[in-house]
Write a protein that binds this ligand. Structure first.
Ligand SMILES: *Cc1c(COP(=O)(O)O)cnc(C)c1O
Length: 370
C-alpha cells in the first residue's frame, strides 16, 4: 500500500481549515448567513455583500479546489453551474456541441436560452464525440459517463481535437465527481458538476460548482454569478461542506457495492442487460479504467418491460423510488418515464452505502417474484 497523491489530497481535504485556525477558532466552518459586512471603506478588501462573496461558500470552494486541482466557484444547483459556464463561454455565431444522450435539462437550456442569440446547439451521441468535426464550434460540452446510458468518451483525445478547432471544452463530471475523475488533468478547460448528487450525498440540498485553471474564464464565471445573482445560500454551502467530508469514504463503499450488484444482476436470468463500466465486458470498461479512478455507483439494468421494471422497484425494500442519484440510500428509477431514449424496462440504479448483502438480498427476492 502506498500513499498516492490522491490519498494525500483526500487527507488534505479534511484538514483544509487547519492553516487558517487561531487559538479558540472552531474546527468546523461557521454557518455565516450575513448578507452584509462591516464596510466602513470599500478599498480594503474583505467581504462586502452576500451576492459577491460569502464566508461559508468559500469553505466549500476550498474543499472542491483540493479535489479538482483548480479554483472553484459554487452555485445554487448543478444547472446554475452549467448555465453559468455556458453563458461565460459561448461565442456568438459559433455553435455549441452537446451530448444528445446526456442530462436532458442542459439541452433544454441550450435550445431555450442560447439558440435565440445565435448560438445553436449541435447534438451528438457521447460515443460520436471522438470522431466529430468541431470546425466552427465555440464550446464542446461532454458528459462522461453519460447519464443515464453510461457511455464513456475519451476526454483527452476529444479536448485535443476541440482545441485544434479553436473550441473550449466543458465536462459535466456529475456522475463520477472529482474524487473519481479529474477532467482538467485530462485537458478539459472547465468542469461543471451537480453537487446535489454524491458530494452533498444525503438528498437534502441542491448545489453545484464550476472549476477551471483559466483565470480569465474564472473571472467571467464569477462575474456571471455576481451579476445574474445565481448565488447559493449559506446553509446549503454548509451542508455540502459536511457532505464532502465523507465523499471519498462513501464513494469507496458505493463503487465496491455497485461492482458486486452489477455482477450479480448481469448473471441473473430475469435481467436482460446490465451496463456498468466496472464489468470487464462493458463497452466503457477499458477507457474508463484509463481515465477514472473508479467505475462509479450507477448501474443501468434492463428488465423485460415497463411493468416488470416498476414491479421490481416496488418490491425492493432498500431502493428509494426517486429521481436523482448519489445519495447514502440506494435509489432506482425507470428512465423512460421522463422520455429518455432508453428501453421502457431500463432502470437507472444508484447504489448507496447500505451493507451490500442486505441490499442484494432485497433485490434478489424482488427478482424471484417477477
Ligand atoms: C442532476 C444533474 C445535473 C443538474 O443538477 P441540479 O442540481 O439538479 O441542477 C446536471 N448534470 C447531470 C449529469 C446531472 O445528473
Amino acid at each position: 500500500m502506498t500513499n498516492t497523491p490522491d490519498d494525500r489530497r483526500f487527507a488534505e481535504l479534511l484538514h483544509h481549515r487547519a492553516e487558517r485556525l487561531g487559538q479558540g477558532d472552531p474546527i468546523t466552518p461557521p454557518l455565516v448567513s450575513s448578507a452584509t459586512y462591516h464596510l466602513p471603506r470599500v478599498d480594503q478588501g474583505g467581504f462586502m455583500y452576500g451576492r459577491m462573496s460569502m464566508p461559508t461558500w468559500e469553505e466549500v470552494e476550498a474543499q472542491l479546489a483540493i479535489l479538482e486541482g483548480a479554483p472553484c466557484l459554487s452555485f445554487p444547483s448543478g444547472m446554475a453551474a452549467i448555465s453559468a459556464a455556458l453563458m461565460a463561454m459561448v461565442v456568438p455565431g459559433r455553435r455549441v456541441v452537446l451530448p444528445s444522450d446526456g442530462y436532458y435539462t442542459t439541452r433544454l437550456f441550450a435550445d431555450a436560452f442560447l439558440a435565440p442569440f445565435g448560438v445553436t446547439a449541435e447534438y451528438l451521441p457521447t460515443l460520436a464525440m471522438g470522431q466529430a468535426d468541431f470546425t466552427g464550434a465555440g464550446v464542446v460540452f461532454l458528459e462522461t459517463p453519460s447519464n443515464p446510458g453510461l457511455e464513456v468518451c475519451d476526454i483527452a483525445a476529444i479536448a485535443a481535437r476541440a482545441h485544434a478547432a479553436g473550441a473550449k471544452v466543458i465536462v459535466d463530471n456529475t456522475t463520477l465527481t472529482a474524487v473519481l475523475q479529474r477532467p482538467l488533468d485530462l485537458g478539459a478547460d472547465v468542469v461543471v458538476a451537480a453537487d446535489t448528487k454524491a458530494p452533498g450525498g444525503h438528498s437534502d440540498v441542491l448545489f453545484g460548482h464550476v472549476a477551471t485553471r483559466d483565470a480569465a474564464l474564472m473571472a467571467r464565471v464569477r462575474d456571471w454569478r455576481k451579476l445574474s445573482g445565481a448565488v447559493p445560500g449559506a446553509f446549503e454551502a454548509w451542508l455540502v461542506h459536511r457532505g464532502i467530508e465523507t465523499l471519498e469514504v462513501r464513494l469507496a463503499r458505493m463503487c465496491a457495492s455497485a461492482q458486486v450488484i452489477a455482477e450479480r444482476l448481469a448473471a441473473h436470468p430475469k435481467v436482460q442487460a446490465v451496463r456498468y463500466p466496472g464489468l470487464p465486458g462493458d463497452p466503457s470498461h477499458a477507457l474508463m479504467a484509463r481515465q477514472a479512478r473508479g467505475f462509479g455507483f450507477l448501474i443501468g439494468a434492463s428488465l423485460a418491460d415497463a411493468d416488470v421494471a416498476e414491479r421490481f422497484l416496488e418490491r425492493c425494500p432498500f431502493l428509494a423510488r426517486a429521481t436523482s442519484f448519489g445519495a447514502t440510500h440506494s435509489a432506482g428509477e425507470r428512465r423512460a418515464r421522463w422520455g429518455d431514449a432508453v428501453a421502457p424496462g431500463f432502470l437507472r440504479l444508484s447504489i448507496g452505502v447500505e451493507p451490500v448483502e442486505a441490499l442484494w438480498a432485497g433485490m434478489a427476492e424482488a427478482l424471484e417474484g417477477l
